[in-house]
Structure formats: C-alpha cells, structure tokens
Design a protein around this ligand. Structure first.
Ligand code: CA
Length: 229
C-alpha cells in the first residue's frame, strides 16, 4: 500500500514511542520515530508527513518550539502529547498552532480517533506546501512560490541568486563547474567574466551560510561548487 498516511512520532520515551508505533501501524498508518527535538524539526522540514505526534519535553528543541517553528511554514496537523496535565501548556500549544492536545497517559483509541479527525479536517484545507520542494539540510525552496526558508526563516534572494541556488539544489551532491553554472544560470550567450559565479556564490553564502552559521555551499577546489547535506 502506498497511500498509507505517514505519522512522525516525536517522543523521547522509547517505551511510549514504540507502543504508539505498534498501535498506529496496526491501525494502518506508516510511522517513524524521532527522539531528539532538533532532529525531529529537521525531519519535519524535509520529510513528507501527514501528521505529527509531538511530545513537549524533549532533548534538543522542545515540542512547543518545534510547533511554533513548523507553523511558520506548514499546516501539517500536529497533536501535542505531554506528561504534564497543565492547562497552561495546553493553551500555549494550541496558541502555537497545534491542532489538538493529549495528556499522558491516554487511551490509544481516543488518540486514534483524534488523529483521524485531524487528518479529515486538514484534508478539507488547501495545503500550501503542496507542490515541489527542494531541500538541503534545513534549507527549503518552494519553486512554485518562489520562496526560500532556512529553519523556517525566510531568505530574500535576488532573481539571479535564486536561479543559482535552484540550479545547485536540483543538482544536490553533484559538483558543478563554473562553466556549467554559467551556462545554466546565465545562459549560453553570456560573454562576461566567469568570476561572476564566484561573486554570486559569495552573495548566497552571505545570505545563507554566514547568516545561519551552517555550511550549505561547498567549494571543491579547482573544480567548482556543490550543495550537500
Ligand atoms: Ca518527553
């Protein structure tokens, strides 16, 4: 079956995560488990999940923060799970855009009912994330929307910078020579200096690598450039 709904279980208590996995797979869902909050966030940005089950207390980024950041770019249904039976947490989670909330321990049948409900509700809305998505690490490009985000934060690029980045993302892990980049991004009839590629790589790095203090664009000395995870 390829039309299974995919659920990401973000939960650091293995016993609970495993229990959820068994029950949800029995119910016909495809599941993945992520125990670390920071990794879970990156996983959500890159993966194609239909729903997220999100624990609040996590190593790395906590569930509230994940929820807030995911909501900046995606309407994927989120059900928060927490051990804390605190109204404050519940209100905060819902304010941050979670669809629903369950306090542990909960009856699995109730959770499954809420999952179906959240999926149904979501199906009725238009998913703004539909369409093509190009990614490297936590950088995401949506060509149909002409939009680039890093860790959920929008990056403003000029048309040329955007074209250059798009070409590199479409050839992720492939080392591209300056000539290849020139031909593809500037066109066959470009007669200017090949240094223009280096100049624009510098512009991109300032807006992406430097700003977010992570390496996205690698120089392969004597050959060219590559983006890779
Ligand atoms: Ca936890």
């Amino acid at each position: 079956m390829t039309d299974k709904k995919a659920i990401l279980i973000v939960e650091d208590e293995r016993r609970i995560a495993r229990f959820l996995q068994i029950e949800l797979e029995h119910e016909g869902f495809a599941t993945s488990i992520e125990e670390n909050g920071t990794r879970a966030y990156e996983c959500i940005l890159q993966g194609d999940f239909d729903l997220i089950l999100l624990d609040v207390m996590l190593p790395g980024m906590d569930g509230m923060e994940i929820c807030r950041k995911v909501r900046e770019i995606s309407q994927v249904p989120i059900i928060m799970l927490t051990a804390k039976d605190e109204v404050e947490d519940k209100v905060r989670g819902l304010e941050l855009g979670a669809d629903d909330y369950m306090t542990k321990p909960f009856a699995i049948q109730e959770l499954i009912a809420r999952i179906h409900n959240a999926l149904r509700k979501h199906q009725k809305m238009d998913d703004p994330l539909q369409g093509e998505k190009l990614t490297v690490k936590d950088l995401v490009m949506y060509p149909s929307r002409y939009e680039v985000t890093v860790g959920g934060e929008e990056v403003q690029l000029t048309k040329k910078e955007y074209s250059l980045l798009e070409y590199m993302l479409r050839n992720k892990r492939t080392v591209l020579t300056r000539d290849q980049i020139l031909q593809e991004v500037w066109g066959y009839d470009y007669t200017g200096d090949t240094n223009v590629v280096d100049v624009y790589i510098r512009y991109l790095r300032a807006k992406i690598d430097d700003r977010f203090q992570k390496k996205y664009i690698y120089t392969v000395r004597g050959v060219g450039y590559v983006v890779k995870d």
